[in-house]
Design a protein around this ligand. Structure first.
Ligand SMILES: NC(=O)N[C@@H](CC(=O)O)C(=O)O
Length: 429
């Protein structure tokens, strides 16, 4: 089967390519990139006026399988990914049971192949049951194919366990991904600690809880000389700590979410649970530092932290609602509207942080447009205007902090391993 994408603006961050041209796909891989390609028998996809990019890679999603399928499962979550322009997602192990052994990992990889419509990568737990007491079967899970190890959902407060986990995971060249928020300071809070939390009378999760945890986690990575990846960075202190660590040569990478880059704690004034998330939405000074950190490369990747919950779980009083919300279907629109159309990031930078960088961090072959690479491609319209309507989401998580917002920019076509799986917003499988 041959597919020819014609006349699109091809942006490939790996080699700073930004040119109008054609891409030929054959047998699931990129066969040729060039001008005016004419191939007999190829299906033609007209991309004139559109941007052709490496398929997006979301290195931080919660697909809730196994055990929490009322919130999401691999079928619904990977369809949401396809709708959002993602061709690969890596799912976190905070499921029921926790993904902390190779049997579960192999099962999920298999489910990904039968139920998933995009490439599914698995992240295994660092501690058994996410309890922070004993190491999970890290070596076995890496052999079974996990791309990283993480106790995401909470901070691994045990320095001893994190040190051993880093040493062990580092031996395999894989990163430990940390949810860096000091539990003792943060766990009783509902939102960012600051003026707004004082006004609302809600206990806060102070930014220093994140700073302390990031400092500690980076020190352990530096000591063990092992790769660490800081998930969903949200505080300006954390950005500065990561910046300094990179200058010292620590093997640290970091991600930031579309919501932390564009929303502040002001939104919480409505007590709308769609804005409740960990780490919390912070004040404008933090948001500014995150955008600056993304721009200067301190923060490597944009990841959604797609964390869907069942409608009725979120539809309760603020205090009782679980943290997290759907992110896969709004990510590109939010980032283009908030960062690209405002001139804060170039289009190449946006694409780099949504495809090339996260693929590199996870050691994937994708994230690039080059001959021989898997044909994972996203075609986007940067000018497409649309309004977020959660009811239309493919994800089961029908809460989004962007509900009702007008966004500019959308992925129109998602191609996974050479097959078109989403076209004009509709997932075809
Ligand atoms: N990000 C969130 O607010 N929620 C995540 C877990 C977490 O990282 O707290 C979830 O799994 O629901």
């Amino acid at each position: 089967m041959k597919l020819l994408i014609k006349g699109g603006r091809i942006i490939n961050p790996a080699d700073n390519m930004d040119t109008v041209g054609d891409i030929l796909i054959e047998d699931g891989r990129i066969a040729e990139i060039g001008q005016n390609l004419a191939i007999d028998g190829a299906e033609i996809l007209d991309a004139a006026g559109l941007v052709v990019t490496p398929g997006f890679v979301d290195m931080h999603v919660h697909l809730r399988e196994p055990g929490l399928e009322a919130k999401e499962d691999i079928a619904s979550g990977t369809r949401a990914a396809a709708a959002g322009g993602f061709t690969t997602v890596a799912c976190m192990p905070n499921t029921k049971p926790v993904v902390d052994n190779s049997i579960l990992v192999s099962g999920l990889i298999q489910r990904g192949q039968t139920e998933g419509v995009v490439n599914l990568k698995i992240i295994g737990a660092l501690s058994k049951g996410l309890e922070g007491k004993e190491l999970a079967e890290i070596g076995d899970m890496i052999q079974a194919g996990v791309v990283a190890i993480s106790d995401d959902g909470g901070h691994l407060d045990s320095t001893r366990l994190l040190k051993t986990g880093l040493e062990y995971t580092g031996m395999f060249g894989r990163p430990v991904i940390t949810h860096s928020e000091d539990e003792e300071l943060a766990s009783e809070g509902f939102m960012h600690e600051g003026e707004v939390s004082a006004m609302l009378g809600l206990k806060g999760r102070p930014s220093v809880a994140e700073d302390i945890a990031v400092a500690k986690d980076i020190m352990l990575a530096e000591y063990t000389n092992s790769p660490i990846h800081i998930a969903h960075v949200s505080s300006k202190g954390a950005v500065e700590l990561i910046r300094q660590a990179k200058q010292r040569g620590v093997k640290v990478t970091a991600e930031v979410t579309p919501h932390h880059l564009t929303l502040t704690d002001d939104e919480l004034k409505t007590f709308n649970t769609a804005f409740k998330v960990n780490p919390p939405l912070r004040s404008a000074d933090h948001v500014e530092a995150l955008v600056a950190g993304l721009k200067d490369g301190t923060l490597d990747a944009i990841a959604t932290d797609h964390a869907p919950h069942a409608f009725e779980e979120k539809d309760v009083e603020f205090r009782y609602a679980p943290s997290g919300f759907a992110g896969l279907e709004t990510a590109l629109g939010v980032v283009l509207t908030g960062l690209y159309h405002t001139g804060k990031l170039t289009l190449l930078e946006v694409i780099e942080k949504m495809s090339y960088r996260p693929a590199k961090i996870l050691g994937l072959e994708s994230g690039v447009l080059k001959v021989g690479a898997p044909a994972d491609i996203t075609i986007i319209d940067t000018e497409y205007q649309w309004t977020v309507d959660c009811i239309k989401f493919y994800t089961r998580g029908k809460h989004s902090p962007f509900e009702g917002r007008n966004l500019r920019g959308k992925s129109l076509i998602t191609i996974v391993n050479g097959s078109i799986i989403m076209q004009n917003g509709e997932v075809l499988k």
